[in-house]
Design a protein around this ligand. Structure first.
Ligand code: SF4
Ligand code: SF4
Length: 76
């Protein structure tokens, strides 16, 4: 369980990408329904671009073959 979409929308959770695990397959980007949250950097790895836009659908987490993406709870 990663959290709920409501928690993302209320800005209590964030997507975090572990650069050590990312292999740049871009599956997360292709399955993100918003299309603007994740972007591929010049190093080939995917980074979060606009975290405020994340809807918390968890598709990127579920699709990543390397478990490089997780959701973290923000400090309050
Ligand atoms: S799905 Fe995972 S390994 Fe593939 S680009 Fe996204 S974060 Fe990197
Ligand atoms: S949780 Fe959903 S909206 Fe947020 S970055 Fe992942 S796929 Fe995109």
């Amino acid at each position: 369980m990663y959290g709920t979409p409501r928690e993302f929308l209320e800005n209590r959770l964030s997507i975090v990408i572990n650069a050590q695990k990312c292999v740049g397959c871009t599956l997360c980007m292709r399955f993100c329904p918003l299309g603007t949250v994740l972007e591929q950097g010049s190093d080939g790895r995917v980074h979060r671009s606009r975290e405020m836009a994340c809807a918390g659908c968890m598709k990127c987490i579920d699709r990543c073959p390397n478990a490089a993406i997780s959701a973290i709870r923000r400090a309050t």
